[in-house]
Design a protein around this ligand. Sequence first.
Ligand code: RB5
Length: 167
Amino acid sequence: MVGLRPRNARSGGHRLNARRVVIASDHAGFELKLALVAELQALGCEPVDLGTDGTASVDYPDFADKLADAMAQGRADTGVLVCGTGIGISIGANRHRHIRAGLAHDVTSARLMREHNDANVLALGARLIGVETARDCLKVFLQTSFEGGRHQRRVDKLSPPSAPHPA
Ligand code: RB5
């Protein structure tokens, strides 16, 4: 991710590692997604909201796919996904080889998924964490850089091989 300066002081003077951020949720994550879109705007980011657009029941894999497609098209290199637990939507997103989605319930997880795992998507569970914790996770996720080094070797091993290993 490229280092970009936030437009205002909401980020506490830290550099953000993304400005354009795609965000999506299912119905269970809809309310928290709205709060996170507002938080992204306050941080000086340009959120691209891919839905869902209300509390009517939808299927979380469809929104994981939408976000993965938008990132594949280059609309952003950073994403946020929200469902009830964050589990289903992160499983859906991680089916795509260009996505590394990490699930956070606390700011330490949000920091370490960037430092160690170079996660490009933050997944959150709206039914499990409060809005303040979610905002903090988002801010830390955006402010933290990948450490590289030994972690790069491990992250490289997360990418599926392009062809089956010979027997
Ligand atoms: C929807 O009821 C719920 O199953 C979904 O938001 C999510 O928690 C799935 O992992």
